[in-house]
Design a protein around this ligand. Structure first.
Ligand code: OAD
Length: 266
């Protein structure tokens, strides 16, 4: 793997590893790109199949759910089906190993994700979800939690009858929706507080696999920078994030195992 990387990129990984071993408080923000190598398409990838004519902004909003609840529910049923059999990739595993390693070191590592999949947890990480959880449901009006979806019922080979799946709340009879933060909605207060505290107090902020386009999550790197943190970005593609100190322009599944191997060896 090492041989496939350019000497310049390897030098940047070494620089990042040195920085990370000499700092105590680390905050990591992950986005859809970290799950891409597990086979879950990112939001900036073109949608495929049934959904190719829809932009994510046309489906992941409260207005879209009010207008056409079956359409939005169906999209999430499809996403659940897509994610059901996916497993963590080497980037998730390396992060979990690093988090485990920090338990017996002087470092504190806070992992925040915009992802609604549970691949960080499956890999063994403790993670704060900013945008909710794909497997949970709640009432669209009274917000009462409704029974979780079971991953086992969504095996990707099954066919879901999209039109018959709407459920209603036993308390107020409104439609049940996925417990996900949609565009225009507030982030969960406790999760956002955890993220803001970790970003404001970290010495290094690592942004992994996010386009840095969707706020408020995209503002966490700026908050960290304003408070003196160095910023590392891991993304094979450029982003609008102009405050980055070290750019590791490769897939997370390639960079993270190498980076963590170097950190834990130093
Ligand atoms: P995006 O889909 O906006 O961006 C994914 C990023 O991952 C892109 O910048 C890619 O270049 C990068 N990427 C792709 N493959 C990668 C790999 N193997 N390793 C590392 N990076 C890779 O995803 P997010 O930034 O997470 O919100 O999107 C933020 C929010 O916008 C999502 O949580 C979602 C979306 O709409 C809601 O659903 C509310």
């Amino acid at each position: 793997m090492l041989a496939e990387l350019s000497p310049a990129l390897i030098a940047e990984v070494e620089l990042a590893a040195k920085l990370l071993t000499t700092r105590q408080h680390i905050c990591i923000l992950t986005g859809a790109g970290i799950s891409a190598e597990s086979g879950i398409p990112t939001f900036r990838d073109n949608q495929t199949g049934l959904w190719e004519n829809y932009a994510v902004e046309d489906l992941a909003t409260p207005e879209a759910f009010t207008r056409d609840p079956k359409l939005v529910w169906s999209w999430y049923q499809w996403r659940r089906q897509l994610v059901a059999d996916k497993t963590p990739n080497p980037a998730h595993t390396a992060l979990a190993q690093w988090q485990y390693h920090t338990q017996s070191s002087h470092q504190s590592l806070t992992l925040i994700t915009q992802n609604v999949d549970d691949l960080h947890e499956q890999a063994g990480s403790t993670v704060t979800h900013l945008h909710g959880n794909l497997w949970r449901n709640r009432c669209s009006q009274c917000k009462t939690a409704y029974q979780d979806q079971s991953r086992g019922s969504y095996h990707s080979k099954d066919t879901i009858n999209f039109d018959d799946t709407l459920m209603t709340c036993p308390h107020c009879d409104s439609y049940i929706r996925p417990d996900i933060v949609w565009f225009g909605e507030a982030l969960p207060v406790h999760a956002w507080q955890t993220a803001e505290d970790a970003a404001a107090n970290c010495e290094v902020f690592i942004s992994i696999g996010t386009s840095s386009l969707v706020y408020p999550a995209a503002g966490l790197a700026q908050l960290a920078k304003q408070n003196g943190a160095k910023i590392i970005e891991i993304n094979p593609n450029p982003t609008p994030n102009t405050i980055v100190n070290i750019t590791l322009a490769e897939k997370a599944g390639v960079i993270m195992p190498l980076l963590i191997q170097k950190i834990t060896a130093l």
